[in-house]
Design a protein around this ligand. Structure first.
Ligand code: TYD
Ligand code: MG
Length: 455
């Protein structure tokens, strides 16, 4: 057998015969690692030609009756919603996240639910049977239909799948498995790519629902080549916010659903719990009395409105340069809003420190928060308390104009459901406000109008 060494970029999969400090393909530094590559045998070359075995018939799209894939639910409400209603037969998903975030916990809980009707094979290359069963006891998982295997050799994994014939396969994690025909160590580009395509070839034709767990690098990106993301149907990132209790599951790619959704979980003493009432989770202070420097908004995560509490503190500075700090919102966006407030309503902010923060440790990028940031800053600066039943949702532009944000009707409805009495937004159509019965709407044109209303 012939061997050849190549230097493969661990980020993008680029291969080069020579080492270089910087990958010429993706521009990352120090990512080229030497890997021994075997001259592919003819059989191997044939094998890698296609991932899946499709029927080779050609059909007209119009004739190909839309096959509605039945969804298999996990009954973990947040997980199902995120997946677009449930899992699809043969779906291959990649679950990525930092160590300790709860990937194995989530998968064991998913396995527990699915095992009520389906046969599950849980393969771990990271933990011993003892460790997994310890966690299963803690989670009170009934393991009657879950089969465990500790293995890292992909060929043995394939054999065991053929032997057990599961309907659900979980592999923890892709970075620990290796293909014995490749001499590079587990977790390198060649291994990750080869092992994943082995799994695709194995599981797709059999219709096995497969979950592959993956690590992320310190920048929060999936360790291993991008090609991994192309090979799977669904990429889910597990992330946490600063308080470390809340877990956010974000789809990065989803062939069977939208990528706009997020799933919210809480890590408890007995595993992950779905947080369904996300709307109320993030608000921190009580909504009983008016407060200076606090304004509520309804931001969207995916298609779901989340109640957010914007807090601002404006105080005289003791430094030559006033401080501007933003937590949870984009600082540059805030700087623009501060400038607009100074220019258009003459708010004097030049000798003040300004701190803006989203309560509850969330990070959001929704432009609807603009108006709430402005309201909170005006309120703190001018010492005007904002009534607790007011909610602000609109985008503010550099000219000081207030603009409508997407899905304003859903936000207004949710605000009304949460008991807000007064909504501030840009002007909306009749249809968008028709469901408002218990809440009045203040339609603003610009920041001046906001300042007048806050007086
Ligand atoms: P784990 O699923 O092992 O994370 P990962 O597979 O992503 O590395 O879970 C990690 C953390 O979760 C661990 O530090 C302990 C905590 N945990 C709980 O708080 N409650 C529980 O019920 C379980 C099972 C874990
Ligand atoms: Mg784990």
């Amino acid at each position: 057998m012939k061997f050849k060494t190549v230097f493969a970029c661990q980020k993008c999969g680029y291969e080069s015969p020579k080492w270089a400090g910087k990958c010429p393909e993706c521009g990352e530094w120090n990512t080229l690692v030497e890997e021994v590559k075997q001259q592919e045998s003819k059989k191997a070359a044939q094998r890698t030609r296609s991932f899946t075995e499709f029927s080779s018939e050609i059909v007209k799209l119009a004739d190909s009756k839309a096959v509605k894939e039945p969804r298999i639910q996990t009954h973990i409400s947040e997980f199902d919603r995120l997946l677009g209603g449930g899992l699809v037969k043969g779906q291959l998903s990649l679950l990525a996240g930092a160590p300790g975030i709860g990937k194995s916990t989530l998968m064991l809980q998913v396995a527990a639910e699915l095992s009520k009707t389906l046969k599950v094979l849980y393969i771990s290359g990271e933990e011993s049977i003892g460790q997994i069963s310890g966690r299963a006891q803690r989670l009170k998982v009934n393991g009657d239909n879950i089969f465990l295997l500790c293995e890292t050799d992909i060929q043995k994994i394939v054999e065991s799948v053929e032997q057990v014939n599961p309907e659900v396969l979980i592999l923890d994690s892709i970075q620990t498995v290796y293909h014995p025909e490749f001499t590079s160590s587990a977790g390198t580009v060649a291994q990750v790519r080869e092992c994943t395509s082995e799994l695709v070839r194995l599981c797709k034709p059999k219709g096995i629902i497969t979950f592959v767990l993956g690590h992320v690098t310190k920048d929060g990106e999936l360790a291993g080549p991008k090609i991994l993301e192309h090979m799977v149907d669904c990429v889910l990132y597990f992330d946490t916010e600063k308080d470390n209790v809340l877990r956010l599951l974000r789809p990065h790619k989803n062939r069977f659903g939208s990528t706009g959704e997020i799933g919210l979980f809480k890590m408890t003493g007995h595993g992950l719990e779905s947080v369904e009432n996300a709307s109320e989770y993030f608000a921190q202070t009580s909504r009983d009395s008016a407060m200076k420097g606090r304004a509520y908004s309804l931001a969207l995560e995916g298609s779901r409105p989340i109640l957010t509490e914007v807090q601002a503190l404006v105080s005289p500075t003791r430094y030559p340069f006033p401080r501007r700090v933003a937590t949870g919102v984009d600082l540059n966006r805030c700087l623009m809003l501060f400038a607009a407030l100074e220019k258009h309503i003459g708010l004097s902010l030049d000798n003040k420190d300004i701190f803006v923060s989203l309560a509850g440790g969330v990070k959001l990028k929704d432009p609807a928060l603009d108006l709430a940031v402005c309201a909170a800053v005006i309120s703190s600066c001018k010492e005007i308390p904002v009534a607790p039943d007011c909610v602000f949702m609109a985008e503010v532009g550099i000219l000081g104009q207030v603009a409508k944000v997407p899905l304003i009707d859903r936000r207004l409805e949710e605000a009304q459901r949460l008991g807000f009495k007064k909504g501030f937004s840009a002007s909306v159509t009749k249809g968008e406000k028709q469901k408002l019965s218990a809440m009045s709407l203040v339609e603003l044109a610009d920041l001046n109008a906001l300042a007048l209303k806050l007086r």
